[in-house]
Design a protein around this ligand. Structure first.
Ligand SMILES: [Fe+2]
Ligand SMILES: [Fe+2]
Length: 316
């Protein structure tokens, strides 16, 4: 099924614009956090070559960050106000009650890349470049095959934007739990004031509808490309628990970077946290490392997809 018909031309451009800004804010915020921890050396905070990730930070990074901030502010205002329990329940009902397309994983990757690139002449990097760079960085570090596949597909859920979404706010951006109090570790926490759940008698309390340490599995995370792709992969792949956590929580920055929402975590979630943090450095820092030849890498990744997605055609 071709998606070309259902989109209008600048749609992908708008998504790419805000997604790049959101990501650049996360790169800089993460680097600043690394900087503040620099006194404590850690293997985790180093890149492959042993240099600190901070070595790549310069004035240009800060300039981009400041430019991005205004657009990102507006984006989060809308996202924080509209990600309600009611919206999130409906999004899951929509997800479960229809199949939007049947495609192979590889075709979906190409389709997503095409949809965004065609409508965004300014994009520096296509979706498939980011997918391959993340996967190749993971592969060159000798990480397991399942994690390489996560690198390849972690953003594939953005295809949701071209099927059914109300805007950019329900596809990209940092994610956070729904059904319990919004915390200050979220980006622009002041914007939650405009969310009706923020004055709900239960949803506005610390634990909300959840029990202390009941585990993230039972927690509803704001709807977007992460959550959508998690369900697609959970239902149709043999990927393990860590892999699914990487897909599901990679934009859950208040949790994996800011250390919030610990009271919702189970013992097992700490293992997931480690996995997600490990993955995050590849997602953030593999950009621009190297441009790969799609056709050369295709056979390797087709085999990798086949290994974990037993059905050729995936229901999106
Ligand atoms: Fe993502
Ligand atoms: Fe990504």
């Amino acid at each position: 099924m071709g998606l070309g018909k259902i989109i209008h031309s600048d749609k992908g451009h708008l998504l790419e614009l805000i997604d790049e800004d959101v990501q650049s804010v996360n790169v800089i915020k993460t680097k600043l956090r690394e900087q503040s921890k620099e006194a404590v050396p850690s293997k985790k905070r180093k890149k492959n070559d042993g240099k600190s990730v901070l070595d790549g930070m310069n004035e240009e990074d800060f300039r981009q960050y400041n430019q991005a901030k205004d657009r990102v502010r507006e984006f989060y205002k809308e996202q924080h106000e509209k990600q309600t329990m009611a919206y999130n329940l409906q999004a899951r009902i929509n997800f479960k009650t229809k199949v939007r397309a049947r495609m192979t994983v590889w075709d979906a990757l190409c389709e997503l890349s095409k949809l965004i690139d065609e409508s965004d002449p300014d994009t520096e990097l296509s979706q498939i470049d980011h997918a391959l760079q993340t996967a190749e960085a993971i592969r060159s570090d000798g990480k397991p095959r399942w994690m390489q596949l996560v690198g390849l597909i972690h953003d594939l859920g953005k295809i949701l934007y071209f099927f059914e979404s109300e805007g950019q706010w329900d596809v990209v951006g940092d994610t956070f739990p729904i059904g319990c109090g919004f915390v200050k570790e979220n980006i622009f926490p002041e914007f939650f004031q405009g969310n009706p759940d923020n004055s709900h008698p239960i949803y506005s309390t610390k634990l909300g509808i959840y029990e202390e340490n009941s585990g993230l599995k039972s927690v509803m995370i704001s709807w977007g490309h992460d959550e959508y792709m998690y369900y697609v992969a959970k239902n149709q792949s043999t990927l393990n628990e860590q892999a699914l956590a990487m897909i599901r929580y990679h934009s859950f920055y208040p949790w994996h970077r800011e250390g919030a929402y610990r009271y919702l975590m189970s013992e097992n979630d700490y293992k997931m946290l480690e996995a997600v943090q490990d993955f995050n450095q590849y997602d953030l820092y593999s950009k621009g490392l190297q441009r790969y030849d799609l056709e050369k890498l295709k056979p390797y990744y087709l085999e990798l997809i086949e290994e974990f997605f037993p059905q050729k055609l995936i229901e999106f």
